[in-house]
Design a protein around this ligand. Structure first.
Ligand code: BGC
Length: 356
């Protein structure tokens, strides 16, 4: 068997997003949860208060990178009014990661909007682009120690789910609105890219593999790297996760191969599965890492792998039943229990290699 050694400075870790783990967010999603019959995020993982404990776990698992998102509604709860206490909070989050030798990958927008932005029409309104730019300006100027920035998480997926299929807020079903939102998001990315470059950061988008090329062709010049979120490949793969999604690790290899033409560094910014019993997670992680290794061997410039997710968390309209975490959450006691597959992932990280 062949052993593949990953580059020495390869990033290994996990990812989360604010609304899914922090708890007590007040944004368009929290309002929608209450107003409709959907699960309520509530305290989520109380990560807002327990981030140090969670990063201790990540460190104990040998992670050297961590992706999380900043919650716009905390930073700017009212139009033009900055909450300095929240800015300090996220600075403390960055410091806590750095103190543990973990490189932060910071997402500026992972699907949730401050209420005042939602009220003005969210991403349907052109004004939201300049509002977002001002928020980026504020964050990049006031929070120190961030090198890697993800401007937007899966913008096309968001536009599709919220404006075309309409099963997530604001639940619109219009092709015209879908396109409008999509193009506004592209513009927002381009402007925030320029803002991030002013402070010498590296910026990219995290993309769900389905719509890659369509989007990337439009933003290629304004991406220092490509963020890949990979879960499934159409409907290939017989084995399913708890959400009935097919598991098909080789699909990641196809995605990476397809991205080679863009000539950019690639970070896997999400890859994971809902598996409450932790029966399939180890082989899921191993197989995906093997196919990443194969893609690197064939010239794909992959520089990091962030498993989704560090913790079980609030899976949007599906609520808390999907269990994606390397760490199991007891939502009653808020106790964190490290799943056994996480220790195997730790071993891969420490060896920095995989058997092909
Ligand atoms: C999203 C995450 C989500 C994951 C699993 C990704 O598309 O970025 O927020 O939890 O999929 O559904």
């Amino acid at each position: 068997m062949d052993k593949f050694e990953f580059p020495k400075d390869f990033y290994w870790g996990a990812a989360t997003s604010a609304h899914q783990v922090e708890g007590n967010n007040h944004n368009d999603w929290s309002e929608w949860e209450k107003a409709t019959n959907h699960p309520v995020s509530g305290r989520a993982c109380d990560h807002y208060n327990r981030f140090r404990e969670d990063f201790d776990i990540a460190k104990s698992l040998s992670h050297n990178a961590h992706r999380f998102s900043i919650e716009w509604s905390r930073i700017e709860p009212e139009e033009g009014k900055w909450d300095e206490k929240e800015i300090t909070h996220y600075q403390e989050v960055i410091n806590a990661l750095r103190e543990r030798g973990i490189e932060p990958f910071v997402t500026l927008w992972h699907w949730t909007l401050p209420l005042w932005v939602a009220k003005q029409g969210g991403w349907e309104n052109k004004k939201t682009i300049s509002d977002f730019a001002r928020y980026c300006e504020k964050v990049t100027q006031s929070i120190q120690g961030i090198k890697f920035w993800i401007t937007l998480n899966e913008p096309d997926f968001y536009a599709r789910n919220s404006y075309l299929f309409g099963f997530r807020p604001p639940q619109k079903k219009s092709f015209f609105k879908f396109l409008k939102v999509f193009f506004h998001l592209i513009k927002a990315h381009k402007i925030s890219y320029t803002i991030i470059k002013k402070i010498g950061g590296f910026a990219g988008i995290s993309q769900n593999n389905f719509y890659f090329n369509l989007f990337l062709n439009k933003t290629n010049k304004q991406q220092d790297f490509i963020g890949v979120n990979y879960y499934k490949y159409w409907n290939r793969g017989r084995i399913k996760n708890d959400m009935d999604w097919s598991i098909y690790p080789k699909g990641l290899y196809y995605v990476l191969r397809g991205l080679k033409k863009f000539n950019k560094p690639i970070y896997i910014t999400e890859n994971g599965l809902a598996d409450a019993k932790d029966e399939k997670r180890l082989s899921f992680i191993k197989e995906h890492i093997k196919w990443i290794a194969q893609a690197i061997k064939e010239g794909a410039d992959v520089r990091g792998y962030l498993y989704w997710s560090l913790l079980d968390n609030f899976e949007w309209d599906k609520g808390f039943y999907p269990r994606f975490g390397l760490v199991e959450m007891d939502y009653t006691t808020m106790k964190r229990i490290i799943r056994s597959s996480s220790f195997n992932y730790k071993k891969i990280i420490e060896e920095n290699s995989v058997e092909l």
